[in-house]
Design a protein around this ligand. Sequence first.
Ligand code: SAH
Length: 592
Amino acid sequence: MNKAPKLRIICPTPGSRHIAEKLVASGQFDLELWQRPKTIAQGVRTGLSAGQPILAVCAIGILIRVLHGQDLGAKKHGLSIIAATEDGKILIPLLGGHAGTNRLAKHLARILGGTAILTTASDQTFALALDECPKGWHLEVQPRVFSKFMQTLLEEREADLSQAPDWVQSSAIPHRSGARLKISWQLGRPYADELPSSTRDHLVYLPERRITIGLGCARNCPSGYVTDLLHKAEQRLGIRFSHPAFASLDIKETEPAFAEIAPKMRFFSSTELQDIPVPNPSAVVQDEVGTPSVAEASALALAGEGATLVLEKIKNHKATLAVALAKNPLPEQETAWPGRPRAVLKIVGLGPGSPDLMAERALRALEEAQVWVGYGPYLDQARSMGAHGDPQLLAFALGGEEARCCAALDAAAKGQQVALICSGDPQVYAMAQVVYELVARHPGRLEWQGVHVETLPGITAMHALAAKVGAPLGHDFCAISLSDLNTPWEAIERKVQAAAYADFVIGFYNPRSQKRDWQLPRALEILRAHRPADCPVVFGRNVSRPDEAITVTHLSAFDPCAIDMFTCLIIGASFTRRYKETVYTPRGYQLS
Ligand code: SAH
């Protein structure tokens, strides 16, 4: 993702530092301070060449001298310089006014309690900057085309505003129907055109967050039917949708096609939809789902009061679609949109411990979640691994896995974004299977059936340990948990026997605790009967955590007392090799 460049503040005098302090305190900027009085020129030049916007608290004369002879290369490089007086009361954009510097200067002035003095002509003549749209509008235009339009507007002092956005119509620009210059708005970019729609005679604005699309579909409808309708809708309206907001009926929350096409879809109940007046109500739909309209009604419900349906229901064999236009833009934050988000439960693997061994996707899921559920120390670990946000925490004690998973499903069923946190990988002796099993066992719990469950993988302890010593898992391997809390010991022993006989490398989890101290010696007894005395054994306590301890030894020297519940253990196959402190299991290549 592209980050906005840091605002460079040149504060050469002690009297000007309060400006930087105020801006820092506002928390709205990523700032870089340049305080060296003797090198203002250097500060400006390096900032410009790095494409940074610059706020220079110094005389305009100094800046003019610094800029003299510089290749400013017109405005296309996005140069942005604002001069400010030492008291921060006056800010004057010098370069890049129409490319965002005016807007930045006004914003800074608001924070500093000062005034931005704009010298660009449109601001003077029409008390309006046509390239600074109010929230909810977007002008897609090349800077040169915009300058040309403005030049003509300043000469002709009139434009046809009959189809202009209301904030342009109420400006000081004189309106005349049929004038050469035209300002209008349209739903989206023209369907067949790749270029911005504005020209030197015609400025076109696009509304943001105003188009809502209502979708309906048959159960398990392939996503192609929905994309087909989206293309048809674009053709009918003659535009391309850009980030439209999607809505549907809540019983459609788990439709895979919707999750794929509209991950941020909003959902409404049939009660919320049934009374919305629509042009194409259907008695069949009413009988099936309790509301006479899904696509049209949900598009209108999401668009809110005063919305208009701009495309009535269209359909193919398996899906329906309708498009509405909201009167006002939807809030920037999706959480404030009407309806509810899809109930989502992400089962997140933290990896073995070190933050850089956690998948980026897992970190994102933690940050997006409104609720974290898990064993208390895992929640602390998730926080210490750099996941920000302010989630509600549902911390559980050790054990009680089922209660943890029920709590996570219940929270998700309320429409919350939930992360159920596991160490390592969520499928390896952890929570994922419990969640899937609970959902499968309770088909009657409709609220759980509607939850979209997703597993986010993590690096499991066995892999993290193996990587520390080389490649002990280089050929066939298996994992066995020695915990007989939920599995009868006979079943575990059978697997150890079979793995020993089949000559798998074995990773042992939950190898030994204070109460369960005889299981590991028994497993070793079985293995010693099948493997040589010098068979490599590797164990790691708290792998990838600050107090990590890794040991490489062999079967006859291995003492199970060195093992506890924070340890993962790998026992090599009969042909696993040790070389110095590394261990590898050959895969049978005939290496020379
Ligand atoms: N889901 C976890 C495993 C949970 S079972 C994973 O995929 O790693 C708990 C067992 O995992 C512990 O008894 C221990 O055997 C092992 N374990 C988990 N994290 C570990 C680590 N950082 N170092 C060593 N062993 C670990």
